[in-house]
Design a binder for this molecule. Structure first.
Ligand SMILES: NC(=O)c1ccc[n+]([C@@H]2O[C@H](COP(=O)([O-])OP(=O)(O)OC[C@H]3O[C@@H](n4cnc5c(N)ncnc54)[C@H](O)[C@@H]3O)[C@@H](O)[C@H]2O)c1
Length: 367
C-alpha cells in the first residue's frame, strides 16, 4: 500500500457512494487525490457526511463537458485515473435513458479523450458493472470472456462503455505500441456493493436501512432475484491492486476484470432482507410488493477466478460480516458518531483483516 503515497490520482464520481469510499481510502494511503463529479446524488450523502472533500481537491463538473474534463486532467496531471462517474441506477435508466447513455457512454469517451491529451497518465481503471454481460438467466457465474449485452439502458450503457474502452485501447493505446505511449487501461466489473453511507433510491440496502430506521414496513420488489453481493471495500481493494499492476507491469493487465464475492454469497434479495431484519430486531417489518415492475435480471453471478489467479485478489468479508459491518455503520452514524471516523476505522479493520488472511494463506501447508 506504500505504492500510493504521494501518487497523483483522479477519481471521477468522487461525490457518489463508491467514489467517496475510494477517495477516503486513497487519502488514508497518502495519495494526492482530485475528484471530478456532479454534486452528491443523494441527500444525505456519504460525501457530505464524511467530509470527503476535506483531504482532496474536489471539482464539481459534468463529464459530458469534454473541455472541463480536459482542464481538470491538465491541471492535476494524474498518474492514475479511476473512472466511476455514472448514472448508476437501473430503474432511473428506464425513466431517463438519454441521460444514462450520455453520461455512461459519452462521459467515458470524454474521460478517455482527456487522458489521451494528458501525458502524465500511466494507468486508467474504468468501472463498469457485473450487469454488462448478456444475461442468460443461468446458474453459472459470468466470466470476462462472456458476451457483453445488457437488457435495460443502464446495463446496456455499461456494455457500451466496455466497447468504448476496447476501441480506445486498440486505436490509441495498443499493446504493441506500449513503449511509446506507456499507458495501460483496464475495465473492472464488480458485483452489487453494500456498505455504510449509501442513500440511493431503489437500492436494496439503503431502502432497508431507511425503512427499518423509520419503523416503516419495507416493500420488496424482486424477492427471488439473486445478486453477487459484496462489501464496497472488496471491489475497491481490487481496483487499487489493478491500478498498481497497470502502473508497474503495464499492458499485460490491460483488459477486463471481474471482482465478485465467494460463490456461496450470491444470495436472493429475500435472504438479504431476512438477514438484516434479524440483525436489526423487532422494529424490522417487510412484505413483498406484488405490483408489476420494469424487467430486472433474476440470476446474476460473477466468476473472479482470473483476479484471484493473476492479481492475488480474494474477497475478505463473508456476506454475513459485510452486512454486519454495513448495519454497524448506519447504527453508529444514527447514534451521532462522526461518519468520517467510522469509515476510516472500517477501512483500517478491513486492511488488517486482509493482511491477516494473506499471512494465513502464506503459512498454510501445501499438499
Ligand atoms: N453501487 C453498486 O452496487 C455498483 C455495482 C456495480 C457497478 N457500479 C458502478 O460503480 C460506479 C460508482 O457507483 P456508485 O454506487 O458510487 O454510484 P453513485 O450514483 O452513488 O455515484 C455516481 C457518481 O457519478 C457522478 N455523476 C453522475 N453523472 C455525472 C456527470 N454527468 N458528470 C459528472 N459526474 C457525474 C455523481 O455525481 C456521483 O459522484 C458507477 O460507475 C456504477 O455504475 C456500482
Amino acid at each position: 500500500m506504500s505504492f500510493w503515497h504521494g501518487r497523483r490520482v483522479v477519481v471521477t464520481g468522487h461525490t457518489g457512494f463508491k467514489g467517496s469510499w475510494l477517495s477516503l481510502w486513497l487519502q488514508q494511503l497518502g495519495a494526492d487525490v482530485c475528484g471530478v463529479a456532479l454534486d452528491p446524488p443523494t441527500d444525505p450523502s456519504m460525501f457530505d457526511e464524511a467530509k470527503v472533500a476535506k483531504g482532496m481537491r474536489s471539482e464539481i463538473a459534468d463529464i459530458r463537458d469534454l473541455e472541463r474534463v480536459k482542464v481538470v486532467l491538465r491541471e492535476h496531471r494524474p498518474e492514475i485515473v479511476f473512472h466511476m462517474a455514472a448514472q448508476s441506477l437501473v430503474r432511473k435508466s428506464y425513466e431517463d435513458p438519454v441521460t444514462t447513455y450520455a453520461t455512461n457512454v459519452m462521459g467515458t469517451v470524454n474521460v478517455l479523450e482527456s487522458v489521451r491529451e494528458c501525458d502524465s497518465v500511466r494507468a486508467v481503471v474504468v468501472i463498469t458493472t457485473d450487469k454488462c454481460y448478456e444475461n442468460k438467466e443461468w446458474v453459472w457465474p459470468y466470466r470476462e470472456t462472456d458476451r457483453l449485452g445488457g437488457y435495460d439502458p443502464y446495463s446496456n450503457s455499461k456494455a457500451c462503455a466496455e466497447l468504448v474502452v476496447s476501441a480506445y485501447r486498440n486505436s490509441f493505446f495498443s499493446h504493441a505500441q506500449y513503449d511509446r505511449h506507456r499507458l495501460a487501461i483496464a475495465t473492472a466489473r464488480a458485483g452489487n456493493v453494500i456498505g455504510g453511507g449509501d442513500w440511493a433510491e431503489d437500492r436494496l440496502v439503503p431502502d432497508i436501512m431507511r425503512a427499518f430506521a423509520a419503523k416503516q414496513v419495507l416493500e420488496i420488489r424482486n424477492p427471488n432475484a439473486v445478486r453477487p453481493w459484496q462489501h464496497v471495500l472488496e471491489p475497491l481493494a481490487g481496483y487499487l491492486t489493478l491500478a498498481e499492476r497497470l502502473c508497474e507491469a503495464g499492458v499485460q493487465y490491460g483488459d477486463a476484470w471481474n471482482f465478485g464475492p465467494e460463490h456461496a454469497d450470491a444470495k436472493s434479495v429475500e435472504w438479504i432482507v431476512r438477514q438484516l431484519a434479524e440483525d436489526w430486531g423487532e422494529d424490522a417489518h417487510w412484505h413483498v410488493d406484488g405490483q408489476t415492475h420494469p424487467h430486472e435480471a433474476q440470476m446474476l453471478k460473477l466468476d473472479w477466478s482470473r483476479a484471484a489467479h493473476a492479481l492475488d485478489w480474494h474477497p475478505v468479508l463473508p456476506l454475513k460480516n459485510a452486512l454486519r459491518l454495513t448495519a454497524e455503520w448506519y447504527r453508529r452514524r444514527n447514534e451521532g458518531e462522526n461518519a468520517r471516523d467510522i469509515t476510516s476505522e472500517q477501512i483500517e479493520r478491513y486492511t488488517q483483516l486482509s493482511k491477516d488472511n494473506q499471512e494465513r494463506t502464506a503459512c498454510a501447508p501445501t499438499h
